[in-house]
Ligand binder design. Structure first.
Ligand code: MOS
Length: 751
């Protein structure tokens, strides 16, 4: 049987009816009944408990640990330190690619950030390990911590985000500014933020000779498997990672973290399974965060309100030992048309854990500043903020000159504004009050997120009994992948949901890439689609080439798959079931595999983004400055919607994180010690339901023929963009006070 070359053109999409249905989560019952097993729920015979001891200083050296005291505690089995930690095949500080972050695996007595692991206490119970860790009483040689955006030694980063240039120029910004009728220069600051997934990083690790089995949450199984393989000098196939459910990730589980690997090392040291779960406060250091930024926007407009220049400069931070630079300025590449755009960066190195991608890295931070500045400029021009955006939003990507693969932003503006009731908004601030005398303000923001695709593979099977199997090492962080990807899988095989087995969440399955960059549905989905198409193509070959089949002579492309049968594309009355085809061919099953990657030609030709518009109402107590986000309406266009229920939930989640960004989240770093002072969910504020009484997200129809054959764009992160700015702009509209330090808190408003 020959392998069929697959054409990704839409004409060859043979999907059926599962895509587009608002199905409920297939794993919903498991989750609400507690039957879903998260990593830390696993227990193995003979399992020990590992607890991290972490540094209380941000910079210096560990001079001593009272290991005897810890080991003397009843139940403590061992203390793993630099002295006895098993050898690794690779230096944890080695870096051969940008995704290989340097991690702390007890390789040195150096302390390079607060909450860095300095020992692991292993005991028969969690309590004994916790108490043992408390008995270590570390003594340090303390050096002064470098903290804050004004720390010495700023430099231009080698790259920002994942390999974007730190300086980009289009046109002449200085000329654009000097010829402008209106000029604006404003600076916004955003604080360090921490991912704070509900589920902490956790691992249960068990070695069997040189084979390793771990249960641990992962947004990137194959990358994690490769990292462990490199560190332990073991072939990747000796390592099995199971990650069926994640309690959120937000980027912090994209790469396996140091603490998770310390669990594997502890299991290696003792030759017994070990469970290691981070305590909440231990997540403020070794598992990434969003770096603080200070962003300066310089804008110019002509007399008609058209932008003449945008300069977006970001000062950000990284750690002293590794590179990740929050790409906040880059959002200015794509949103607004201007003959001149410049994006620039500088950075300082702090005694902090290395920053990492977190919930729309760059887009969230950058858009809160850009959307605030756009609003300030509209105000300076005496224009309504929506009218100003309609005048200035980009029709082709301004930085590259590329057309957008599709863009329904204008429709998002229109539908969102209409639903919200924007047209009655007074231009001036402080003009609306509610019945209780609270100041009411309305603000808006534009949402955007790139439509990315990474690389993935999948396998599919149709069996003689007519059922199907799809296998892919994909990841469900709570976003609904087990449902959406299964919908794609069912359609790819022309079967109903209950006729397929969808197998996922393990590292021994085909590589699904990373569940990040809002690209998982597009990437894993296209691999699944192509694997299914390969199976159907083989079935079609069998039928079309067999005189005994009603499909004989149809030709491969002349056949479509639906409901477990192949049909002639031009004659519905001629069909044959998969079972009959396989039966006659004497086959138990047919298999196919598929892969997915971005199409470089399409990417060279088009700028690919999802778009949206978010409208927000806030109420502010005029005496106390207390702010409530009372109403949010988001309109988003993101290509083909696989599951509208799940997608709406994703938009809700993103919008809530936008409110969180604007009003709540703030890691308060002690400038003297470099420690996060609010390293807990009591004091690191995130919104609860009562903070968002009315939340609406709707799906603006969009067909994108270029992103991929299924037309899928990402939906996971776009909601946070636009929303944070909309809230900030609404606060200004309510109060007339422009707060440029995020989060906007009542003390900022009352000053
Ligand atoms: Mo997301 S920050 O790309 O996991």
């Amino acid at each position: 049987m020959s392998d069929i070359a697959l054409n990704q053109a839409p004409a060859h999409v043979r999907h059926g009816s599962n895509i587009g249905q608002p199905l409920t989560r297939r794993d919903g019952v498991l989750k609400v009944t507690g039957a879903a097993t998260y990593a830390a729920d696993n227990c193995l015979p003979g399992m020990l408990y590992g607890v991290l001891a972490v540094s209380s200083i941000a910079r210096g050296r560990v001079v001593s640990l009272d290991i005897e005291a810890a080991k003397a505690h009843p139940g403590v089995v061992e203390v793993m330190t630099q002295a006895n930690r098993p050898a690794l095949a690779q230096d944890p500080d080695a870096k051969t690619n940008p995704f290989m972050f340097r991690i702390d695996l007890l390789q040195s007595d150096r302390v390079r950030y607060a909450n860095q692991p300095i020992a692991v206490v292993i005991a028969e119970t969690l309590e004994a390990a916790t108490e043992g860790a408390a008995l270590l009483s570390p003594r340090y040689e303390v050096e002064t911590a470098r903290t804050g955006l004004d720390s010495a030694g700023s430099f231009v980063p080698p790259a920002v985000g994942i390999g974007s240039p730190a300086e980009l120029y289009h046109g002449d910004v200085e000329a654009g500014l000097s010829e402008a009728e209106q000029r604006l220069e404003v600076t916004y600051s955003t604080p360090a933020q921490y991912h704070n997934a509900m589920e902490p990083h956790a691992i249960v690790a068990a070695w069997d000779g040189d084979k390793l089995v771990v249960d641990t949450p992962s947004q990137g199984l194959a990358i994690a498997q490769g990292r462990l393989a490199g560190l332990f000098g073991t072939p990747p196939e000796n390592i099995m990672i199971r990650s069926p459910f994640l309690g959120g990730g937000f980027g912090s589980k994209g790469l396996i973290s140091g603490p998770q690997i310390l669990g594997v090392l502890a299991a290696r040291l003792l030759g017994q399974p070990v469970k290691l779960v981070l305590r909440r406060e231990q997540m403020y250091g070794p598992v990434g965060h969003r770096a603080p930024t200070r962003q300066t926007l310089r804008l110019g407009t002509a007399s008609d309100g058209a932008l003449t220049a945008i300069h977006h400069h970001t000062r950000t931070t990284s750690s002293t030992f590794d590179d990740f630079f929050e790409p906040a300025s880059d959002v200015s590449h794509t949103l607004y048309a201007s003959p001149a755009i410049a994006t620039t960066y500088d950075a300082v190195r702090l005694d902090t854990g290395t920053p990492l991608f977190m919930r729309a890295p760059g887009e969230a931070t950058g858009s809160v500043a850009l959307e605030s500045a756009i609003d300030e400029m509209a105000q300076a021009c005496g224009m309504d903020p929506l009218a100003f955006r309609l005048k200035n939003y980009a029709e082709t990507e301004p930085m590259t000159g590329k057309p957008f693969s599709s863009k329904a932003l204008r429709e998002c503006y229109r539908q969102g504004a209409e639903r919200f009731g924007w047209s009655t908004r007074p231009l001036s601030p402080r003009e609306m009050r509610d019945n209780d005398g609270l100041l009411v303000g309305w603000g808006m923001g534009t949402a955007t997120f790139p439509a990315l695709m990474f690389q993935a593979e999948a396998r599919a099977v149709v069996r003689r009994n007519g059922s199907g199997v799809v296998e892919i090492g994909a990841h469900d962080m709570g976003q609904g992948a087990w449902t959406a990807l299964a919908q794609i899988a069912a359609d790819a095989l022309g079967l109903n949901m209950d006729e397929i087995e969808f197998i996922s969440g393990r590292s021994d399955l085909p590589n699904a890439g990373i569940a990040g960059g809002s690209a998982h549905t597009a990437t894993a989905g296209m691999a699944i689609h192509n694997a299914g198409a390969a199976v159907i193509a083989k079935l079609a070959d069998l039928a079309a080439g067999d005189e005994g089949s009603p499909l004989y002579g149809s030709g491969n492309a002349g056949v479509v798959a639906r409901g477990g049968k192949l049909f002639r594309r031009d004659d519905d009355s001629r069909s044959e079931s998969y079972s009959a085809i396989l039966e006659r061919a004497g086959l138990d099953q047919v298999e196919g595999s598929g892969s997915a990657a971005a199409d470089p030609k399409a990417q060279d030709t088009y700028a690919m983004h999802a778009h949206g518009a978010v409208f927000a109402e806030v109420k502010v107590d005029p005496e106390l400055g207390q702010i409530r986000a009372t109403r949010l309406v988001g309109a988003f266009a993101a290509g083909r919607i696989i599951n509208p229920r799940m997608v709406r939930s994703q938009y809700f989640g993103g919008m809530i994180w936008g409110v969180s960004f604007a009003l709540h989240e703030h890691a308060a770093v002690d400038r003297r010690t470099g420690r996060v002072m609010n390293a807990n969910l009591g004091e690191y504020h995130v919104p609860v339901s009562a903070d968002i009484p009315s939340l609406e997200a709707f799906l603006v129809e969009e067909h994108d023929p270029h992103v991929n054959a299924l037309g899928i764009k990402g939906v996971g992160e776009i909601g946070i963009t636009g929303t944070a700015g909309a809230i900030a702009n609404a606060v200004w509209h309510a109060t007339g006070v422009r707060v440029r330090n995020f989060p906007i808190t009542l003390d900022n408003l009352m000053r």
